[in-house]
Structures are given as C-alpha cells and as structure tokens.
Design a protein around this ligand. Structure first.
Ligand SMILES: CC(C)(COP(=O)(O)OP(=O)(O)OC[C@H]1O[C@@H](n2cnc3c(N)ncnc32)[C@H](O)[C@@H]1OP(=O)(O)O)[C@@H](O)C(=O)NCCC(=O)NCCS
Length: 148
C-alpha cells in the first residue's frame, strides 16, 4: 500500500537510501523535507518498504526530488507503478507540470522518465557530487495535462 512517510520511517528510509546511492540523502534531509511540508510517501508490502518518493510543490508545479526502489526490487516495475501514481495524483490535485533532475549516467532512471514523456529542457553543470569531481544534472519536465 501507498502511505505518507512518517518521522519514525526516516531512519529505515535513510538506510535504504545509503544502499541505493553513492551519494545518499541523510536522515536529516528526509526530516527536513517532511518538516518543510514536502510530499513524502512510500510503498510497502507486508510492512516492508519497497519504494519511496519526495516531491516539493511550488504553486502549480511539483518537483520530484527523490524516487527510489530498494535495490533488490529494481527492474520489476515498481518504479513505473510509483511514478504513474505520483503523476496521476499530481494531475488530479491540479498541478500543471512535474520537474526533476537526473544524472546523465543514470540510464535506468532516464529510461523510466523518458518512457513517461519527460523531456529534457536544461542542464545544470556540475549539479551532483561524483567519485571524480562533479556530474551534470539533466533537467526534465512533464506537462501533467498531457500525461498518461
Ligand atoms: C530508477 C528507478 C526508480 C526505476 O525503478 P525500477 O522499478 O527499477 O524500474 P521499472 O522496473 O519500473 O522500469 C521502468 C522503466 O525504467 C527503465 N529501466 C529500468 N531499469 C533499467 C535498466 N537497468 N536499464 C535501462 N533502463 C531501465 C526502463 O525504461 C523501464 O521500462 P521498460 O520496463 O518498459 O523497459 C530504480 O531503478 C531506482 O530506484 N534506482 C536507484 C535510485 C535512482 O536512481 N533513482 C532515480 C534518481 S533520479
């Protein structure tokens, strides 16, 4: 089931983020997001967290800040199902567009977003930390009115 992320989920979610990224969010990043009123939600089955997401809403736009499927379950359709739900809920709530940044090297995420119709509209030079220096961020946008 999908449900909001709660403060007492954060330590576990931060551990999952450490397992999922070379440069993960800290527990503090998740706590700050919740306290700032960002939309933090997760998908769980039988009490186990399978995936989670964080979105920031600004006026009529949402910014997808984090979308993660736990490593053992990647490639099985959970990411697409979660994103489909985020897109549908955002559209039904009246948001016009969804923004995100993604690493050029993250081919799985790019494939997911492009499959949903996100298009690249910008490039943030040196946006992400990387093992050797910095990596750019592709800025992508989806117009929700036209989304599937
Ligand atoms: C990126 C992520 C959210 C995708 O979720 P997922 O459950 O693994 O992906 P799905 O099984 O739902 O696949 C959806 C689409 O993503 C793309 N994709 C998924 N895994 C892929 C891979 N290993 N290589 C290339 N494309 C891939 C495909 O386009 C796929 O569509 P298809 O099945 O029709 O080919 C997930 O892999 C993840 O959490 N990765 C680590 C964290 C991360 O990078 N998050 C995104 C940060 S911007």
């Amino acid at each position: 089931m999908y449900r909001p992320m709660l403060e007492n989920d954060v330590d576990h979610v931060a551990e999952l983020d450490r397992q999922s990224y070379a440069f993960p969010w800290t527990a503090g990043n998740f706590h700050d997001s919740m306290r700032a009123g960002y939309r933090c939600c997760l998908y769980e089955e039988s009490g186990s967290i399978m995936a989670y997401a964080v979105m920031m809403a600004v006026v009529d736009e949402v910014h997808l800040l984090n979308l993660t499927v736990v490593p053992a379950l990647q490639g099985l359709g959970y990411g697409a199902a979660f994103l489909r739900r985020l897109v549908a809920c955002s559209r039904e709530s009246g948001f016009a567009v969804m923004w995100l940044e993604v690493r050029p090297s993250n081919l799985a995420a790019r494939g997911l977003y492009e499959g949903f119709g996100f298009r690249q509209v910008g490039l943030r030079k040196g946006y992400y930390p990387a093992s050797h220096g910095r990596e750019d961020g592709l800025v992508m946008v989806l117009e929700l009115r036209n989304a599937q």
